[in-house]
Ligand binder design. Structure first.
Ligand code: NAP
Length: 276
């Protein structure tokens, strides 16, 4: 079992420096994979209404027997934006999860043309005040959207979960997060196992530390100050992915990995991409 360190979010919550992505973990195999991850030391699970696996996440949490130590994340889908819609959406998520609380609740995509993310966020803050939600945050928000949210509600999101990997290091957005006390979370932290893991720069950094390319990339995330949420269905790869806190990359190695920047994996630009 790996011990994953934690740090405090801006609301005081103890938050793991690495978590488990659960996209495509469904059915009994999905539950088994999540239970294995928890047994292997993972304490943060990332789900969403649109992953259609909240029931499986709830089952895994119950099977683990350590519900109180876990941070369960789910996300409001675009079709549920709006104050009342979000309250209903949260009730649906709680029912599917079979839990009494969503520990981290995020807006999945801002959908700026729909223009309801501020009301959505207000509902999430109300749910937090009622105790049905632990921490409130967002996903795929730009600096401009975060600024508007903070200006109009006075509540700084605890987390912004965004696409982040060496091909897309999000330098400016991370600086904004750091200046405002927002924790960055990296989605597709391994660039979805693309050719990233065979890049010469990645394999050289990994070899220098006697670790795997995956471990080198995940350590890059944590040293940048972001929480990666790699998805793996395989218990051995889950352990490999979590075991990244026993070595330290140099500034030059971090810069070399960031130097692989070339852009997003697909056209997931929050100003234009919408998900319902
Ligand atoms: P990812 O974590 O970058 O990559 C997952 C892929 O890498 C899977 O095919 C996995 O296969 C493989 N893999 C994992 N560990 C490995 C290892 N040690 N060696 C070799 N291959 C390995 O991609 P992702 O699933 O897109 O992103 C992670 C999570 O971010 C998602 O699951 C989801 O929770 C979240 N997400 C959020 C958003 C958003 O809009 N907020 C968007 C995308 C993703 P195996 O399972 O077979 O190991």
């Amino acid at each position: 079992m790996v011990t994953i360190p934690t740090l405090a979010l801006n609301d005081g919550t103890d938050f793991p420096e690495l978590g488990l992505g659960t996209y495509n973990l469904r059915g009994e195999d999905g539950v088994d994979a999540m239970v294995a991850a928890i047994e292997n030391g993972y304490r943060l699970l990332d789900s969403a209404v649109n992953y259609e696996n909240e029931a499986e996440v709830g089952d895994a949490v119950r099977r683990s027997g350590i519900r109180d130590q876990l941070i369960v994340t789910t996300k409001v889908p675009g079709r549920d934006h709006g104050f009342d819609e979000t309250v209903r959406s949260a009730r649906g998520s709680l029912e599917r999860l079979g839990l009494e609380r969503i520990d981290l609740y995020l807006i999945h995509w801002p959908n700026p043309r729909v223009d309801k993310y501020v009301d959505t966020y207000r509902a999430m803050v109300a749910l937090r005040d009622e105790g049905l939600v632990g921490s409130v945050g967002v996903s795929n928000f730009t600096e401009k959207m975060l600024t508007r949210l903070i200006d109009e509600t006075g509540v700084v999101p605890a987390v912004n979960q965004v696409e982040l990997h060496p091909y897309f290091p999000q330098t400016a957005l991370r600086a904004f997060h750091d200046a405002h006390g927002i924790r960055t979370e990296s989605w597709s932290p391994l660039a979805r196992r693309s050719e990233l893991l065979t890049e010469q720069t990645v394999t050289d950094v990994a070899a220098a530390h006697g670790v795997t390319p995956t471990q080198a990339v995940l350590r890059w995330h944590t040293q940048l100050g972001s929480t990666p949420i790699p998805k793996s269905a395989d218990p051995e790869r889950q352990i490999e992915n979590a075991d990244v806190f026993g070595f330290t990359l140099s500034d030059a190695e971090i810069a070399a990995l960031s130097g692989l920047e070339r852009g997003r994996l697909w056209d997931g630009d929050p100003d234009t991409h919408e998900e319902m």
